[in-house]
Design a protein around this ligand. Structure first.
Ligand SMILES: [Fe+2]
Length: 365
């Protein structure tokens, strides 16, 4: 079972009371089922896009087709990436060849089915790599995984996908030339420090000058901090003047940064980070990319066991395609750990006081 938002024709809003719940395009409730539709409300609803939730059988993401990204492969990838670029001043063509091998491993793991990239994978505690620039490698790999699934959702094939993943793995190389005190500073940067930090996309391109990489890969590195509304850096490019791969990187880079734990702060839960990304769609990010990202990210695989902030434990019963941050949960245990015999569902679309704190998902099939 899956859920999707269907747009209503303005003139189909009839009757004295709402027959179903009405939502806006982001899934925010506009009018609750049973509420009176006065003339004023009707006029307002007819002036905006109104959606209702519909149930859909044959979901595009059946649970048996979702698997967790293998942790051993992830650990290996971080290690290899760190080994290739550690303390690199200038990247040699052989290093790119080694990186392409990593790209192929990533594509092989992500290709056949939907992959659950949960925080338990993206934030494995990799003690061996806890060095000054460790964050850059883990971050680059995470962004590469997220960018690849988004590219796949957008219909990227073979070479294009390869270049996207390669660009993502390389995108923050320039940070290796940013002084550690600035890179790892706790708290906000001063104006001068931020000027230095903002050089890292161009420093990255400079480090790659001997590698004969395709211009599209270099553009990904160079443009990944540009923003759809022109408020990014280094050039303040707008909309499609930004290389499309870099537009994907922009979204996945920010999502990763929001969810990542740092030594001085805890990352945001995925649903919160995704909702922030959605709110920036059309401002900082290309809405087409945000939509593909939202649809490709399996936040809560069906049948995953989740623990709520209330300490209740349940299983994911259905995930709305339009708003995957608010699934339907079948409760198994109450907040005191008592098993619930009666079938009880919690719809996070409506219950805004509850949220998912922890997800447990084992590889299926
Ligand atoms: Fe960056």
């Amino acid at each position: 079972m899956n859920w999707f938002l269907e747009r209503l024709e303005p003139n189909s809003i009839i009757g004295m009371t709402a027959g179903v719940d009405f939502f806006d395009g982001l899934g925010v409730l506009l009018l609750r089922k049973g509420q009176l539709i006065t003339k004023g409300i009707k006029d307002l609803l007819q002036k905006r896009e109104v959606y209702v939730w519909r149930k859909q059988e044959n979901i595009s993401r059946p649970s048996e087709m979702t698997k967790a990204f293998p942790k051993d492969v992830y650990i290996e990838l971080v290690g290899s990436l760190w080994g290739i670029y550690h303390e690199a001043k200038l990247i040699r063509p052989e290093q790119i060849e080694k990186t392409v091998v990593l790209v192929e491993t990533i594509l092989k793991e992500l290709k056949p089915i939907n992959v659950y990239l949960g925080l338990d994978v993206l934030q494995l505690d990799l003690e061996n790599f806890k060095q000054h620039d460790y964050g850059t490698f883990v971050h680059s790999l995470n962004v590469a995984l997220l960018a690849t699934i988004t590219g796949m959702r957008l219909g990227y094939k073979e070479k294009r996908l390869k270049y996207l993943t390669l660009g993502a793995l390389l995108h923050d190389l320039g940070k290796l030339r940013v002084p550690k005190e600035i890179l790892n500073k706790q708290g906000s940067l001063t104006e001068e420090e931020f000027v230095i930090m903002k050089q890292h996309p161009l420093l990255g391109v400079e480090m790659l000058k001997n590698t004969h990489l395709l211009p599209s890969v270099l553009a990904t590195v160079k443009n990944h901090h540009e923003r759809w509304n022109g408020k990014g850096y280094p050039y303040g490019l707008m909309e499609n003047n930004i290389h499309f791969d870099a537009q994907i990187l922009a979204v996945t880079d920010v999502y990763e940064a929001l969810t990542a734990d740092r030594p001085y702060r805890k990352g945001l839960p995925p649903y919160h980070a995704l909702e922030m990304i959605l709110s920036w769609s059309g401002k900082d990010f290309n809405p087409i990319v945000v939509q593909a990202f939202r649809e490709s990210l399996v936040l809560y695989p069906e049948n995953a066991i989740v623990t709520l902030n209330t300490r209740e434990v349940g299983v994911i019963a259905a995930v709305p395609l339009q708003l995957p941050t608010r699934p339907l949960i079948r409760l198994l245990f109450d907040s005191n750990g008592r098993f619930l015999n009666k079938e009880t569902y919690i719809d996070l679309m409506h219950d805004l006081t509850r949220f998912i704190g922890h997800v447990e998902f084992k590889e299926v099939g």
